[in-house]
Design a protein around this ligand. Structure first.
Ligand SMILES: O=C(O)C(=O)Cc1ccccc1
Length: 197
């Protein structure tokens, strides 16, 4: 096992080459940024090959079908247990990587009611209470499949607000109405069990 600052490497260095990384999308998720970090540290030189899926489970299926060589998952994702338990997969490493800044965002010009409907991925939901400005309260939390999907719900007017990342807010032309902050996160990397050394 190789230990470097920020890394737990159980079979990343001597396992299959990191040449196609699968994770949660669409573009703008924390997972996409984490995958880019993994590629920059452990992937080959050249443009990164990152495949973004609507769920971590779909990314896991792509790994089983060898469409991707590795999958990266936030340890804050409650469903990560099934990846650790799956005998067809192998945990090959983990790394510490802060997410992009998270905040609560709205479409410019949207009239935000005092009691607002807020879209979020389940993992960072506790940040809604932490970051929501005192002028507002929560009418309803609507769970989205990712931070980017949450931003899209606010953009479409399906919710008043979204808890989302800075890249996703920008991609969906949302403006933050709260302060923002990153989340210190551990990311787990999985490969196929039978191809890992
Ligand atoms: O939806 C995202 O952006 C994700 O990547 C899931 C997530 C959410 C919050 C912290 C870490 C990962």
């Amino acid at each position: 096992m190789i230990q470097e600052p920020g890394w737990i490497d159980t079979a990343l260095s001597d396992g299959p080459a990191v040449d196609r990384i699968g994770t949660l999308g669409p573009a703008g998720t924390s997972s996409e940024q984490a995958a880019l970090y993994l590629w920059a540290d452990r992937g080959p030189a050249g443009p990164p090959t990152i495949h973004l899926y609507n769920t971590y489970e779909t990314a896991g299926q792509a790994l089983r079908e060898r469409t991707v060589s590795h999958v990266v998952i936030a340890n804050a994702y409650a469903g990560i247990h099934s990846f650790y338990m799956d005998p067809s997969l192998r945990f090959v490493g983990a790394f510490l990587f802060d997410t992009p800044h998270y905040g609560i965002a709205a479409s410019p010009g949207h009239r935000i009611p005092r009691r607002a409907r807020i879209a979020t991925h389940p993992a960072p939901v506790a940040l809604v209470d932490e970051l929501l400005p005192a002028d507002y309260s929560v009418a309803e939390i609507l769970y989205a499949t990712s931070t980017s999907a949450a931003a899209d719900q606010a953009r479409r007017g399906e919710t008043d607000l979204a808890l989302t990342t800075q890249p996703a807010a920008k991609a969906h032309a949302l403006e933050f109405i709260s302060r923002t902050r990153p989340i210190r996160m551990l990311w787990s990397v999985f490969a196929l069990a039978d191809t890992s050394a």
